[in-house]
Design a protein around this ligand. Structure first.
Ligand SMILES: [Zn+2]
Length: 204
């Protein structure tokens, strides 16, 4: 829907869950974080964990598409978070690297440094212990979240909030995407262009 510009970034909605009875339940990104933190404040770790897991699965799937991450195709459309999120992070790091190289080739040092800083922030957030443990390490199943205490689960929520802040725009809130021209990746950007990294190096 978003790529067809039918809805704006601020109003774009996540299909939060789907059942035969209710159809898709839609909530915005902001509402989902509020719901997760509210549940946690009430000590309902199980609800917070379920909401966080669904949100991460939705966002990872969406970003894999928007950023062109390499993910092994499944005909049944079922993807585990552990196979999506690490590829999304890897792809975004690669894009920031390409953006830094392109800026360097054009002599735009400011933009080169901005791309390098974004890559560093992403590396820090994705290297956070909670993210590594729960999303990247496939051996650990995050069903165990439900057994966490409130105090233990708070830092997990914070780590993922920080990670998702690295893949969205501070200004407009939209998720980052790659724009193409004639089949070539041209820019890494958000909807308002506050994030707008050229990916095309100067031809030699
Ligand atoms: Zn923006």
């Amino acid at each position: 829907m978003r790529s067809a510009s039918l809805v704006s970034s601020k109003t774009s909605l996540a299909f939060h869950s789907w059942t035969i009875d209710t159809g898709p339940l839609v909530e915005s990104n902001v509402e989902i974080w509020r719901e997760i933190r509210d549940s946690l404040a009430k000590g309902k770790v199980e609800s917070a964990a379920a909401a966080l897991r669904q949100h991460l699965e939705y966002v990872s799937r969406f970003l894999a598409d928007q950023l062109g991450a390499s993910v092994v195709f499944h005909a049944d459309g079922n993807y585990e978070l552990g196979e999506l999120l690490p590829n999304v992070i890897g792809r975004l790091k690669e894009l920031y690297g390409k953006a830094a190289d392109a800026a360097q080739s054009w002599g735009n040092i400011e933009l080169r440094d901005a791309a390098a800083r974004s890559k560093e922030a992403l590396s820090r957030a994705s290297g956070a212990q909670n993210v590594e443990q729960w999303a990247v390490n496939k051996a650990v199943h995050y069903n165990e979240w439900a057994n966490f205490g409130k105090k233990d689960f708070g830092p997990v929520v914070d780590s993922f909030a920080e990670l998702l802040a690295c893949v969205s725009c501070d200004v407009c809130g939209s998720w980052l995407h790659v724009s193409f021209s004639k089949g070539t990746a041209e820019a890494l950007r958000c909807d308002c262009s506050a994030v707008n990294f050229n990916l095309k190096p100067k031809s030699k």
